[in-house]
Ligand binder design. Structure first.
Ligand code: NAD
Ligand code: MG
Length: 398
């Protein structure tokens, strides 16, 4: 029986993961459920899945969780705080960890699971962008198996058939849906609202990744993610817009073969691959019928002028060191401000550009260096968001 910790259980990936787990009561058990601050939603999941442990990251909610579990008559043990989260991710309570917390907040528990040698189903792409070398090294040293839970990277994993020798791989093509604003120019993008940005045409996802998909930063983060997961330099990673979102990525090999993975856009497929590998298990997702899906597969180059975030990510990957951490932190702050209605859509790439230009790049020699770069980038991005004109003037002088 696989004992699965679902970190970010109340989110979109968490819900998909629990759906797949519930289909296999004979082989999968949700043993740890964790959430940030949605304690009621976490309690509801505990009533359904009866895990051995439940963790709420917000320590102020510990008593609510503990009392709610007691009132429900559950033997689930209550925990709170990030240390408890890290401890459980590394403990014997699980052999498999689904890292589905959103943002840099997911790094610590992801690293803990990697060091402890878990099967790591990695959805939290921000941890790879922020600390890719360290995370991959921790997984190697801890003998952890990483299975990517991002549809593109999961596709590549499948095309490589789980083989970690990627020397015969000559290029990776990441496909992108183009997001809700595909085809719009900069003038049209200036006015778009958070409500419009979070409605993705093909995927149902949490708010942060939905905005990232609308700016194409999501694809930029995925380029950096692919670089770390598969050891391929940025020059050999290409992005193609594929509006149907049925081809999830393509791998070119040195012998002229190209392999692609296709399927309906539903994250339960990637999660079932991660949970069952090397076996294939039922996910609840129907097989793809290309005729009923319209019989067309279109591909086009991304518009980097309207969506500069993708180019910014390539730039950060090329610069290396702490630059991807700075890119990620500035983007998290900008997306959060956009979702709160404090800045416009085009201020997201502007904030990231200005932060990358001003925060000095360093070698990514330790976790402390990376976390310090993350903190500096957040301070800089917040200053720009709070007072764009002052910060821009200061920035112009720097
Ligand atoms: P979401 O917003 O729906 O859920 C986020 C989860 O993280 C929630 O359970 C929340 O409680 C938890 N969380 C937030 N802050 C936390 C904190 N400080 N400590 C502990 N837990 C915290 O997000 P999502 O769409 O499920 O995405 C999760 C991750 O998976 C992201 O990194 C995203 O990029 C990645 N991802 C998602 C999809 C998708 O289809 N949703 C696809 C590919 C990759
Ligand atoms: Mg993806």
């Amino acid at each position: 029986m696989r004992q699965v910790a679902v970190l970010g259980a109340t989110g979109s990936i968490g819900a998909s993961a629990l759906d797949v787990i519930a289909r296999h009561p004979d082989r999968l058990q949700a043993s740890v459920l964790a959430a940030g601050s949605q304690v009621d939603a976490l309690l509801a999941l505990c009533r359904t899945y009866r895990p051995a442990h439940a963790v709420i990251a917000d320590e102020a909610l510990y008593a609510t969780l503990r009392d709610g579990l007691r009132e429900a008559g559950l033997s689930t043990q209550a925990h709170a705080g990030t240390q408890a989260l890290d401890m459980l991710a590394a403990s014997d309570a699980c052999d498999t960890v689904i890292a589905a917390i959103v943002g840099a907040a997911g790094l610590s528990s992801t690293l803990a699971a990697a060091r402890a040698g878990k099967r790591l189903l990695l959805a939290n792409k921000e941890s790879l962008v922020l600390a890719g070398e360290l995370l991959m090294a921790a997984a190697r040293e801890g003998n952890a198996t990483i299975i990517p839970i991002d549809s593109e990277h999961n596709a590549i994993f499948q095309c490589l058939a789980g083989c970690s020798d990627t020397t015969s791989l000559s290029r990776i093509t990441l496909t992108a849906s183009g997001g809700p604003f595909l085809g719009r120019n900069r003038d049209e993008l200036a006015q778009v609202t958070p409500a419009q940005a979070v409605v993705h045409p093909k995927w149902s996802m949490g708010p942060k990744i939905s905005v990232d998909s609308a700016t194409l930063m999501n694809k930029g983060l995925e380029v950096i993610e692919a670089h770390h997961l598969f050891g391929v330099p940025g020059q050999r990673i290409r992005v193609l817009v594929h509006p149907q979102s049925l081809v999830h990525s393509i791998v070119d090999f040195t012998d002229g073969s190209s392999l692609a993975q296709l399927g309906l856009p539903d994250m339960r497929t990637a999660l079932a691959v991660g949970l069952g590998w090397p076996q294939r298990i039922e996910s609840g997702v129907s097989s793809l019928d290309l005729l009923t899906e319209g019989g067309r597969l279109d591909f086009e180059a991304p518009d980097l002028e309207a969506f500069p975030c993708l180019a910014l990510a390539f730039r950060a990957l090329q610069a290396g060191g702490t630059a991807p951490a700075v890119l990620n932190a500035a983007n998290e702050e900008a997306v959060s401000a956009f979702l709160q209605g404090r800045i416009g859509f085009l201020s997201i790439p502007d904030t990231v550009t200005a932060t990358l230009d001003t925060v000095p790049m360093q070698l990514a020699d330790s976790l402390d260096t990376l976390l310090a770069a993350d903190a500096r980038a957040r301070t800089q991005a917040r200053a720009l968001i709070d007072n764009p004109t002052t910060t821009q003037r200061k920035y112009a002088r720097a």
